[in-house]
Design a protein around this ligand. Structure first.
Ligand code: ADP
Length: 317
């Protein structure tokens, strides 16, 4: 049995559950209201539920979990302020390589703020202040000497609402490469990115038409392709499915699972089913603090803190 490496974070101490013999039976009615409708973001999620939803067993999030994954970004004692208002308090957690980390918690708890600290998007808001460290490749992301343009090429962001530029599909994907001054190999890079974003087959015959003519789900995959074109190491996703229908959402979720083989992904979601479907690790935030961080299945099945349990069982949020 593999032992979890000791981590000095707000980490749930886990049994090496990858070797666990079977999954705990749970009540299937959890999270359903009396009218049979699921309340968005509220259902209790169980591994068995996940097992039912994910048809290809090799794609089950718990199977993709790497208990010994390398730390790509080591966030230590992060405090963040909007003017005099402190939004994050002493947050420490590892962003693990080639794993999907979901950030969950009630609205206003600081999930998006945390995400935006990782590519320093918050720097664009006047009066903000960051304390602490996020070490990536031996450098502190928050160091004033860090070139933020370069940082944002290493750490791409996908937003809640798809935001393609009013340009052709090709030019949207080529955008970052053109900013980098690249003129050669653009067609190949655009094709590769669109294939990675599972969009190529749908757009290969209309690359020169406007991106604004695509459906919402296609636009979001285009934005993912645009982020991937500059070969980032990390993809940050801020509620990337919240503006999409269920079919488009499923496509993005499948894409996230596929992309984690090459990229490290951090996703903010208010939807706990989604967190369970796509992530291997989960961080639960409350009032600007990281309450708990650990393997997703552990967080949902055996939360170490009462606040986490209360949240995932729908007692507040
Ligand atoms: P979440 O993503 O969990 O919903 P946010 O990170 O958006 O939470 O917000 C965390 C806290 O920071 C909230 O109290 C919110 O009102 C505040 N906040 C977010 N953005 C700004 C901003 N641009 N200026 C001032 N306060 C902000």
């Amino acid at each position: 049995m593999q032992q979890q490496p000791q981590r000095p974070y707000n980490t749930v101490q886990t049994e090496p559950y990858l070797d666990a013999p079977g999954l705990t039976p749970v009540q299937d009615t959890a999270g359903e209201s009396t009218d049979g409708m699921q309340r968005p973001g509220r259902p209790k999620v169980s591994p068995r539920w996940v097992e039912r939803q994910v048809t290809d067993s090799s794609q089950q999030p718990q199977m993709l979990l790497n208990a010994n994954a390398e730390t790509l970004i080591d966030v230590r004692k992060l405090n963040f302020f909007y003017g005099s208002k402190q939004a994050l308090f002493e947050v420490s957690l590892p962003i693990l390589k080639n794993q999907v980390t979901a950030l969950i918690g009630p609205s206003g708890c600081g999930k998006s703020t945390f995400l935006r600290t990782l590519d320093r998007m918050n720097d664009l808001i006047p009066g903000t202040r960051t304390q602490g460290e996020a070490i990536m490749g031996g450098r502190n992301i928050y160091d004033k000497a860090v070139d933020v343009v370069e940082l944002r090429q290493m750490i791409g962001m996908v937003f809640q609402r798809p935001n393609p530029f009013p340009k052709s599909i090709f030019e949207n994907v080529a955008y970052g490469l053109r900013i980098q001054g690249k003129t050669k190999g653009l067609a190949e890079a655009v094709e590769r990115s669109l294939i990675e974003a599972a969009l190529w087959d749908e757009v290969k015959d209309r690359l020169n038409t406007s991106a604004l003519g695509l459906s919402g789900g296609q636009q979001q995959r285009l934005c993912i392709a645009r982020a991937l074109a500059v070969r980032p190491q990390v993809l940050l996703m801020d509620e990337p499915c919240s503006a999409l229908d269920p079919i488009a959402t499923l496509k993005i979720e499948e894409l996230i699972t596929a992309l984690a083989k090459e990229y490290t992904i951090v996703i903010v979601t208010h939807n706990m089913q989604q967190a369970a479907r796509v992530s291997q690790y989960t961080g639960f935030f409350l009032s600007g603090r990281l309450i708990e961080f650990g393997p997703t299945v552990e967080i949902f099945e055996h939360p170490g803190k009462k606040e986490t349990e209360d949240y995932i069982s729908g007692r507040f949020g």
